[in-house]
Design a protein around this ligand. Structure first.
Ligand code: MG
Ligand code: ZN
Length: 220
């Protein structure tokens, strides 16, 4: 018997859109756009880029930013039922996110507790926001600049052979953990990339779709 264990991304997966982008659009000066472009064209690592983005915003904006996301971020359909299902069947559910603690925890609050929530951390002690990186890349990660290194977290948590690793995600930062998964549930960019790279995956739009995949207990 293999035991399923779920690793689920946050931005664009649990929430319908990316929360860092929506914070930048609302709270950052226009200089955030070239930084975003440099992250996308990979001239900045995720880690360097995200630090730079948040350094554009005064720490005094903390509460407004949290409130803004609580008011505007949309949690994907079926998430609550999905979490309840994993609790009922005692399937460990880990959230692995390149997002930042102050909004990840705020948005997840009414759904938890989870087996673990891994994300980056912000400090508001200086005049502008500083980001800290408690989950760095291990020796096996080729990228080295992940920020919150998802494949390193998977390697740390799913060491035994009798676990079936289920990965749910949507974007470029989920590819390396998808490669380590036994079952991949993907949408958007991650789905296209799995297709390109020949990684088998199940498409999803809602968490009801994810639940169906897990209920069937099948690998593809
Ligand atoms: Mg994402
Ligand atoms: Zn890494």
């Amino acid at each position: 018997m293999t035991r399923p264990i779920i690793f689920c991304d946050f931005d664009g997966t649990i929430t319908e859109t990316d929360n860092i982008i929506s914070l930048m659009k609302t709270f950052a000066p226009p200089e955030w756009e070239p930084v975003k472009d440099d992250i996308l064209n990979q001239s900045l690592s995720i880690k360097e880029g995200v630090s730079k983005l948040f350094s554009l915003i005064p720490s005094s904006q903390k509460e407004e930013m949290i409130q803004y996301l609580l008011d505007t971020a949309v949690i994907r359909k079926g998430f609550k039922e999905f979490v309840d299902y994993t609790k009922e069947y005692e399937i460990p559910l880990y959230i692995v996110s390149g997002g930042i603690d102050f909004f990840v925890h705020a948005l997840l609050k009414e759904y938890g507790p989870f087996n673990g929530v891994y994300c980056n951390e912000a400090s508001f002690n200086d005049s502008t926001i500083a980001i800290h990186w408690p989950h760095p890349c291990d020796d096996h990660c080729e990228s080295k600049g992940c920020g919150c290194c998802k494949p390193s977290i998977l390697r740390m948590l799913s060491l035994t052979k009798d676990t079936e690793v289920i990965v749910i995600g949507d974007s470029v930062t989920d590819i390396e953990m998808a490669k380590l998964g036994d079952t991949v549930i993907a949408r958007d960019y991650l789905a296209h990339t799995c297709e390109e790279k020949g990684i088998p995956y199940h498409p999803f739009e809602s968490f009801h779709d994810c639940m169906e995949v897990i209920k069937k207990g099948v690998k593809i």
